[in-house]
Design a protein. Structure first.
Length: 334
C-alpha cells in the first residue's frame, strides 16, 4: 500500500511540473511551449547599376562622371548591412508584435538563433535603417501598420543616405524540432542621375535640379509603395574638374505612373537655370520609364544659352517655362 501511494505521488508531481511549464502531457496543445530555431539572413542586391553606367556613360569623355557616380553610390548599392531590425508578429488580428530584436550585422549575411513560443508568426526584417537620416521605420508595433516613411515635414526631401533592404516571411514554429529558416532581403530604394552638357550654357549664373514622382512610404507587410503626399526630392551636385559638364544625383524610393493634365508619365527631373539677366528658365523632364527598386537611371541632356534643357532620349518629354517665377516656399536653391 505504501508503494502505491509513492507511485501515485510521483504521478501527481510529474503532472504539476508539466502544468507549470505550460506544456500539457494530457493533450497536444503546445502553444505555450518555447521552441528554439535558427534564421539565416542574406542580402540580395538585384541591380542594373553596372549595366546602366556602362551603357549611358560609355565614352571617354564620360569616365569622370562615371567614376563620380560609382563613388557616390558605392555605399548605397552594396549587399552589406550594418544593422538589422527584426520583428515577429502574431498572425491573429490585430497582429501585435511578439518579439523585437535590433542586431549589428556588418556583413552581407548572418545567422541568429532565437527562442519563441510555438505558434505561427509573420516576420518582418529591415536592414540599414539605424543610420538612415531620411527614411525611418514607423508604427512597427503592429504588423499591418509597419512602414518605412520619409522623416521630414519639408517640401524638399534630401536624398536617402543608406541603401535599405527589407524582407517578410511567414514562419511556423513547431515543438521539439530543429528548425531553420532562410530570409532574403531585397533593396527598397533606387537612384537617378542627370548629366548635363554645359558647353552652350555661357550666360548663366546658377543651376539647380530636383525630382518629383516617387513613393513616399513603403508598407513592409505586403511590400507595397505609397504615393500619396508626393514631395520633391533633392539632388546632390557632384563636383567635376571642369565646367563643361554638371552631374546631379539622388537616392529615393522607386517611381510609379502619375498623371498630370491627362499626360501620363512616371517621374520627372526639374531643372532651374538662372541667367545673367536674373530670369529663371524651368525645364521639366518627364520620364516615361519607371525606376524599379535597386535600379539606377542615368539621363543625359544639354543646357542651351537660353537655359532650356534638351535631350535626345526618346523616353522623355520636356516642358519649358521661360522667365519662370518661384511660388511661395517653392524649394529652389542656387
Amino acid at each position: 500500500m505504501t508503494s502505491f501511494f509513492k507511485y501515485l505521488s510521483a504521478i501527481i508531481v510529474c503532472f504539476m511540473v508539466a502544468t507549470l511549464s505550460g506544456c500539457s502531457l494530457v493533450d497536444d496543445n503546445l502553444d505555450n511551449c518555447d521552441s528554439q530555431f535558427s534564421i539565416d539572413y542574406q542580402l540580395r542586391l538585384e541591380t542594373n547599376i553596372t549595366t546602366e553606367l556602362q551603357t549611358e556613360l560609355d565614352l571617354q569623355a564620360d569616365l569622370e562622371i562615371r567614376g563620380l557616380l560609382e563613388e557616390y553610390l558605392k555605399n548605397i548599392f552594396a549587399d552589406y548591412a550594418k544593422d538589422v531590425d527584426l520583428s515577429f508578429y502574431n498572425v491573429e488580428e490585430p497582429m501585435p508584435r511578439e518579439k523585437h530584436m535590433v542586431e549589428t550585422m556588418n556583413a552581407s549575411e548572418s545567422s541568429y538563433t532565437l527562442t519563441l513560443p510555438v505558434q505561427d508568426y509573420r516576420h518582418l526584417a529591415v536592414a540599414n535603417i539605424k543610420e538612415s537620416s531620411v527614411v525611418k521605420l514607423k508604427n512597427d508595433d503592429n504588423c499591418k501598420t509597419s512602414v518605412l516613411s520619409l522623416e521630414t515635414s519639408e517640401e524638399m526631401v534630401p536624398p536617402h543616405n543608406t541603401g535599405i533592404f527589407t524582407a517578410r516571411k511567414d514562419i511556423h514554429i513547431e515543438s521539439g524540432k530543429n528548425q531553420h529558416f532562410d530570409v532574403r532581403l531585397f533593396m527598397a530604394n533606387s537612384a537617378s542621375a542627370l548629366v548635363l552638357d554645359m558647353t552652350e550654357a555661357q550666360n548663366i549664373q546658377g543651376i539647380s535640379a530636383m525630382l518629383e514622382g516617387f513613393a513616399t512610404e513603403f508598407n513592409l507587410s505586403d511590400s507595397t509603395y505609397v504615393y500619396g503626399g508626393n514631395k520633391f526630392i533633392g539632388a546632390d551636385e557632384l563636383t567635376t574638374n571642369d565646367g563643361a559638364t554638371k552631374c546631379f544625383a539622388s537616392v529615393h524610393f522607386p517611381s510609379d505612373e502619375i498623371v498630370k493634365a491627362a499626360e501620363p508619365y512616371y517621374w520627372d527631373w526639374r531643372v532651374y537655370v538662372k541667367l545673367d539677366d536674373g530670369t529663371i528658365t524651368e525645364s521639366v523632364i518627364k520620364v516615361s520609364e519607371p525606376i524599379l527598386p535597386g535600379h539606377l537611371k542615368v539621363l543625359k541632356a544639354e543646357v542651351k544659352d537660353t537655359g532650356v534643357v534638351t535631350t535626345d532620349d526618346m523616353s522623355v518629354g520636356i516642358s519649358i517655362t521661360l522667365d519662370w517665377h518661384r511660388g511661395i516656399d517653392f524649394p529652389v536653391v542656387f
